[in-house]
Design a protein around this ligand. Structure first.
Ligand SMILES: N[C@@H](CCC(=O)N[C@@H](CS)C(=O)NCC(=O)O)C(=O)O
Length: 339
């Protein structure tokens, strides 16, 4: 499957780089594929465990929706804030706790669920891994409910396999109307691969490189690379094309959306990416609104979960109330002419 630098970070000297204050993302260990002998494509067999504040999970919830797989692939949603120091199982763990109160709203979050995929009503995502002897703890997780096994925990591969097996998995969208995230034409695939490389390194993971690195020079380099790519994308979209590779929505658009959806209301503050808003890039802004208007996009994500997740446990836990100018988010994404 995809083992290129659009999927994961180069891990060389990761320990030394982390010691120097660089945020280096780890590598996902479960890399099976639907279609392998053990994992036949069957409707109702597979299950996703996600958190709606996680941008990698957002790729997967977007693919599930735009491919019409909401009925055939069940899904659990963890609470946006991970466990705290006093948790008996340890801190920073994704928890399925639909009763937990969000400080942002003062109420439980209606999208959150218990853990239903394994049939064991587990409290933590970590426990899904421990059942298979793994020390991992990340989301998203694609799980086989028949085999009782984890298939894959790498979002780049999960979206690719859902796209390839959508029909056999029981998509409710007729083939002729269903989007092809990774079309067969080699030229389009090459264009998508190049965009994926640039966008993964400087935007998707770049945002974390800026926001979570504790070295000024590493932060500054990530900051510059992020806004350089935004300027390049604004230029690319200035020729009137609807989507990144032309007339059709593809995997490249799907992978760019989660980060830009979070930029103005979250990353501008939380990741110190305060160089500009997406609103300041008119062609990228109109692209963002165009994607937001596509069927299945709005309910694949939640800015309430994002704000609660990124701020609810950072600093003193108080979640910033803005922005409200020119208008509140996500409603602003319904106004392409704001830019
Ligand atoms: N490469 C993975 C990255 C997944 C990932 O890093 N997820 C984060 C949430 S945003 C996570 O669960 N991190 C917790 C951990 O690894 O302990 C993918 O794209 O699926």
């Amino acid at each position: 499957m995809t083992k290129d630098n659009s999927t994961q970070e180069d891990q060389s000297n990761a320990k030394a780089r982390r010691a120097r204050g660089e945020f280096v993302r780890g590598v996902s260990g479960f890399r099976h594929t639907i279609g392998d002998a053990d994992f036949p494509p069957e409707p109702g067999r597979y299950h996703l465990s996600v958190a709606l504040n996680c941008p990698w999970c957002h790729r997967v919830t977007l693919a599930r929706n735009v491919l019409g797989l909401q009925d055939s692939i069940t899904m659990d949603v963890a609470f946006p804030n991970r466990t705290t120091e006093d948790d008996p199982e340890g801190p920073n763990l994704w928890e399925f706790a639909p009763e937990r109160i969000a400080t942002l709203t003062g109420k439980p979050l209606p999208e959150c669920t218990a853990e239903t995929g394994t049939g064991n009503s587990l409290r933590l995502a970590k426990q899904i891994y421990r059942a298979e002897g793994s020390q991992e703890q990340s989301v998203p997780i694609l799980y086989d409910k028949i085999a009782g096994r984890i298939v894959n925990n790498e979002s780049a591969e999960i979206i690719r396999m859902l796209d390839g097996a959508a029909k056999a998995l029981g998509s409710t969208i007729p083939e002729a109307d269903r989007v092809r995230l990774y079309p067969d034409t080699l030229s389009e695939r090459a264009e998508i691969d190049d965009l994926n490389d640039l966008i993964y390194t400087t935007i998707n993971n770049g945002a974390y490189k800026a926001g979570f690195s504790s070295d000024q020079r590493i932060y500054a380099a990530a900051f510059d690379a992020y806004f350089e790519t935004l300027a390049k994308l604004d230029d690319l979209l200035s020729d009137g094309r609807a989507f990144l590779t032309g007339a059709h929505f593809t995997e490249a658009d799907l992978r760019l959306f989660p980060t830009l959806y979070r930029h103005d209301p979250v990353y501008f503050v939380r990741m110190k990416l305060n160089g500009a808003r997406i609103l300041d890039y008119p062609h990228v802004w109109r692209w963002l609104c165009r994607v937001y208007a596509l069927p299945g996009i709005t309910d694949a994500g939640s800015l309430v979960h994002c704000r609660q997740g990124y701020f609810g446990r950072s600093w003193n836990g108080v979640v910033p109330a803005g922005p409200f100018k020119p208008m509140a988010y996500p409603e602003a994404y319904e106004r392409p002419n704001l830019a």
